[in-house]
Design a protein around this ligand. Sequence first.
Ligand code: NAD
Ligand code: UDP
Ligand code: UDP
Length: 343
Amino acid sequence: LEDRVRALEASTPRKYPQVKYLNYKNRKRILITGGAGFVGSHLVDTLMVQGHEVIVADNFFTGRKRNVEHWLGHENFELIHHDIVNPLFIEVDEIYHLASPASPPHYMYNPVKTIKTNTMGTINMLGLAKRVMAKVLIASTSEVYGDPTVHPQPETYWGHVNPIGPRACYDEGKRVSETLSYAYAKQENVKVRVARIFNTYGPRMHMNDGRVVSNFILQALRNETITVYGNGKQTRSFQYVSDLVDGLISLMASNYSQPVNLGNPVEHTIEEFAWIIKKLVGGKSEVKQTDAVEDDPQRRKPDITRAKTILNWEPKVPLQMGISRTISYFRRELERSDRFQKD
Ligand code: NAD
Ligand code: UDP
Ligand code: UDP
């Protein structure tokens, strides 16, 4: 058997992306909860390439092993199948707490679990940070502003959230997550960072994510009708995932503990967005209005003055470039799933 394993290894040597060498003083042990998901897996890539040790804890609800498979077996990388609602005892220097379903259909699928993940899961991560004196960054969201009455939204705005509507499990879950962070900071001196993330897109978004970017691109690639919910006058501002990853890493490295908006302030109506995607994909799709969804925030655009001033951060990737890269990704994914169906 040993000979066979050796022969197999010799015939298929593992090739990893190049990582920098960091000496032990600069190398950190970093936990990323939800690291097999869309944003988490891009964060894994950047931190691994920088030379850190990265541990991913994920229950694979919406994440996939495939998003991080290029690191499996690497000496600096570890993947733990773990549900963050349960305690986790490990030794780390930093925690990026991203575990939570993020798209409306996913977080509404099991609202109780969404609340548990964002409350009990966050308590566990803050408890872990307290025990090992790690810094912890919480992935919060623009949804804490709800359907905003202030535009654009600065961090000082308290929000306008329906506490019992269909989005409440996520919005209120994240609001409690923030409250918990500041309670642990005050009471236990835990070093917390809170990123309020606005709509983010890019490769490795889930195909059946149900969010607008994946829906519109897939509909356009399949020549199906592009479905605009409601009159399409509601707005969103979309940031490309690499910009977000840079922002998260800068925020973690900063000394700033108050919430920071991370998003791209270029705002579009959803109707405009449908036409932008149709044009970039080509094809014969029609753009059609369908029923509006309940409690849909009508306007959303980040005020990023704080991130610019404190982190010296602003998004760099223009919408057209980011969307084109995302279209190429979905095109490849569709070819892959077609191949699987033929096999
Ligand atoms: P995603 O669904 O791709 O990733 C979430 C990951 O968390 C998945 O890998 C999932 O399997 C994992 N997870 C869920 N519940 C878990 C649990 N109980 N235990 C362990 N792992 C669990 O979503 P994403 O877009 O990568 O979002 C990442 C984070 O960023 C989330 O916290 C989300 O709320 C936040 N966020 C994202 C956006 C966005 O536009 N993508 C916007 C605002 C906030
Ligand atoms: N916790 C954890 N890992 C640790 C330390 C704590 O998962 O390394 C969990 C622990 O199980 C607890 C939660 O974090 O449920 C909060 O911890 P804290 O110390 O604040 O609370 P306590 O244990 O005193 O209830
Ligand atoms: N939306 C849409 N068609 C879709 C999916 C979403 O018109 O197929 C709209 C949705 O009603 C919302 C916006 O696009 O106004 C963004 O929705 P998404 O679910 O991506 O994220 P949200 O910002 O609402 O969390």
